[in-house]
Each structure stands twice: as C-alpha cells, then as structure tokens.
Design a protein around this ligand. Structure first.
Ligand code: NAD
Length: 376
C-alpha cells in the first residue's frame, strides 16, 4: 500500500480549520461551515477520498481558542511550531497563517526536513518566493503553492469553452468577483501582514488566467480602489494584453451592491456568460453571419442597426454551459503524490512566481497611472 503522508497545520483560523475538517473527514470538502442553501451544487465534482493520501497529525495556532477548537474535535495540538517541526512523524506542513508569516514558516519547515503546502498568496513578493525556491532546491523538499481555485467549476467551464473553441477564437475574457462588504476587518486590511485584495482574491483570478492562456502577457494596466480602506486596496481593475492580441479584464471589488457576471467570454463565433457561483449562465453561438444587417431598432434618442440584438433560432442558438466530471481534491492528492515522488507538480513554483511578478507589475501600473510592459 502507498504510504500516507502525515501532515501538520500551522494556523488554524478560517482556512486552517477548514483544512483540518476536510482532512479529518477525508472528503477534502471545506464547505462545512456555509449555510446549506448557499452551497452550490457541483454535479460534476467528484471528491476522491484524500484520507488515502494525507493524514492530519495535528495543528498549532498561537491563539488558545483555536487550539481549544481543535482539542474539542480530538485533533492533536502541538505546544509550539518548533514542537511540530521536531516531530519525526510529521512529513509535511500546511501553512495557513496570515500572509506575512508564510516565508519564515515555510523555510523553517523545509530546513526541518518537511515538505510544505503553502496557502496562497505563497509569498508577499517574488523576491521572497525566489528565496524559498532556493531553500526547496537545497533541501530537496517540496514547496507547493495552494492555488486551489484552478479546480473551481466556474473556471473549468470557461477553460473548456476556451480550449475547445466553443465560441470560436476568443478575443476577450472578463473575470470578475465583486461583493459589498468592504475589505475584511482583520489582517487583510493591514499592509505589513500582506493585506489587500490583490494578494487575497487577485492571486486566484490572475493565477487561473495565466494557467488557461498559453501565451505571454505583453502589457497591462491596473488601477486599484481604496473605497473602504485607505491602507490596502479593497479592489482593482486590471486590463491585460496577450501576445496574440487577446485581452483579459479582471476585476475584484468589495463595494459593489449590484454584481456583474463573474465570467464573460467572447469569441468570433459566440459568447458565454457565468453569472455567479451557482453557475447560472449560457452560451450563445452564431449559426450564420448572414443577417448582418438588421432592421433598425429604437435606441434612446435615435436608431441603431449595428446594435440590434439577434433572435435565438434565426442566426444564433442558445446552448447550456458545458458540464463534466472533475476531482475537487486534485490539488491535495497531487501534493501528496509529489511528496511521494510519484507525480509531477501541477501548480508549480515557477507558475506562482509568474503570478507574483504580474501582481507586482499591477502595483507599478497603479502607482504610475500608466500601462506597463510585462515580459512573461
Ligand atoms: P485567519 O486570520 O482566519 O487565520 C489565521 C490563523 O493563524 C489565526 O488563527 C491565527 O491565530 C494564526 N496565527 C497567527 N500567527 C501565527 C503564528 N505565528 N503561528 C501559528 N499560528 C498563527 O486567516 P485565514 O482566512 O484562515 O487565512 C490564512 C491563510 O489562508 C492566508 O494566507 C489566506 O490568504 C489563505 N486563505 C486561502 C484561501 C483559499 O481559498 N486558498 C481561502 C482563505 C484564506
């Protein structure tokens, strides 16, 4: 039988406790604490039993109430992070502390001979990640960026539409995530702790676009917002241009009381939309360019032929979004297999470095108010 990797969690707050329950149950499902009605249905989502790969050995958190939370659930608690790292039964550490701690805790773990699964954003700067990558090479320990939203179903649907050209050749993609609760009141609003929405949600949205589009980004323009927090950006708008001319608009916002669709993808043979996490959406595909010139319609104070909508069934057809099976636990499983030496790393360190460098280019653009060239 394949060996099971013993893992310890450092930082048992919102995300760390989600991991603890996911690992304890073997389902990998961290949706345990959301109201049942809010849980999206994932008809295609398979959740393989991760207890065959990873075993939760214990947690450490500096807050007594978080340690007590774990004890109540019969999860072993270490008295310090050093004690966890000194335990020969621990093969790997899952770092789920605030962002500014990821570097020192990851380096300490690898120097103690442990593999590391590190929450996103893996580091605050690309320089820090380069240092951590060097330690990973020196120690021969795995350092794995937990950029888990590459397995969100909304993204996988858009990726399928893009890969299979279901709306033809894609020329623009919009990826948005907006809410109305402002930046959270915890460390996420404080710069020295790695706060800000770029490092929080931006990392996921940028990660997925760079993973999906196999091209270089050549330039970008980014503008951050500071509506609910003056210290760290509470949102941003990013426009990226890829080598082929394909453009991508990414928006994260926390002061939007009406939300626009999460995804729009536009190709020369159709368009698709996904409105929300419940995956409401559709594809409209062109069947013929024939009725290019329509009858004019009333448009405000005038008329328009150019913008007259097409009727479904005449020159366009409406199709449901593609759905398919996928394993929501791929990242956990891949991490364990990479540590065992039986698989290649899917979310690579180099990819995480590219994401961090792009976010740094976003900040440069925001500061200068100008588009910046990006080689990567
Ligand atoms: P949180 O504030 O809820 O939890 C952080 C925990 O770390 C707290 O319980 C705190 O007491 C503990 N902690 C602080 N300093 C410590 C130290 N020196 N040693 C041990 N424990 C310490 O934050 P969170 O929302 O759980 O976020 C934690 C990390 O997880 C962040 O990097 C965040 O970006 C990431 N995260 C990832 C996702 C995802 O989808 N991948 C989702 C949420 C959060």
């Amino acid at each position: 039988m394949e060996k099971i990797l013993n893992i310890g969690i450092v930082g048992c707050g919102g995300m760390g406790s989600g991991h603890a329950i996911a690992l304890q149950s073997g389902t990998g499902n961290a949706l345990w604490k959301v109201k049942t009605d809010d849980v999206p249905k994932f008809p295609g989502a398979l959740t393989t039993d991760i207890s065959k790969h990873l075993r939760l050995r214990g947690i450490f958190d500096i807050k007594p109430e978080r340690r007590q939370w774990a004890q109540e659930r019969k999860i072993p608690v270490y008295e310090s992070y050093d004690a966890m790292l000194a335990d020969p039964d621990i093969d790997a550490v899952l770092v789920a502390t605030p962002n500014h701690l990821h570097k020192e805790q990851s380096i300490a773990a690898m120097r103690a001979g442990k593999h590391v699964l590190c929450e996103k954003p893996v580091m605050i700067t690309s320089e820090d990640l380069e240092e951590v990558m060097q330690v990973s090479r020196e120690t021969g320990r795995v350092f794995y960026p937990r950029q888990n939203r590459e397995w969100d179903e909304d993204y996988l649907i858009i990726k399928k539409i893009y890969d299979d050209k279901l709306v033809g050749n894609v020329f623009n993609i919009k990826s948005r995530l907006t809410g109305s609760r402002g930046i959270p009141g915890d460390w996420r609003g404080i710069k020295e702790y790695g706060g800000g929405m770029m490092l929080d949600w931006g990392v996921h949205l940028i990660d997925r676009i760079l993973q999906m589009i196999p091209e270089k980004v050549i330039k970008l323009f980014c503008s951050c917002t500071y509506i609910t927090n003056k210290e760290c950006e509470d949102g941003f708008q990013l426009h990226m241009t890829f080598e082929s001319g394909l453009t991508v608009d990414i928006e994260v916002g926390t002061c939007h009381f009406i939300s626009e669709p999460m995804w729009c993808i536009y190709g020369d043979r159709g368009s698709a939309v996904i409105h929300n996490f419940q995956l409401d959406g559709k594809m409209i595909r062109l069947t013929s360019w024939e009725d290019k010139d329509a009858e004019p319609i009333a448009a405000g104070a005038g008329l328009t032929k150019t913008m007259a909508p097409r009727s479904v069934g005449e020159s366009v057809e409406e199709r449901p979004l593609p759905r398919f099976d996928f394993d929501r636990n791929t990242l956990y499983r891949n991490f364990a297999e990479v540590c065992m030496g039986t698989a290649k790393q899917i979310v690579t360190q180099e990819h995480a470095l590219r994401v961090l460098r792009l976010m740094e280019a976003c900040f440069r653009s925001n500061e200068s108010g100008e588009a910046v060239l990006f080689e990567g």
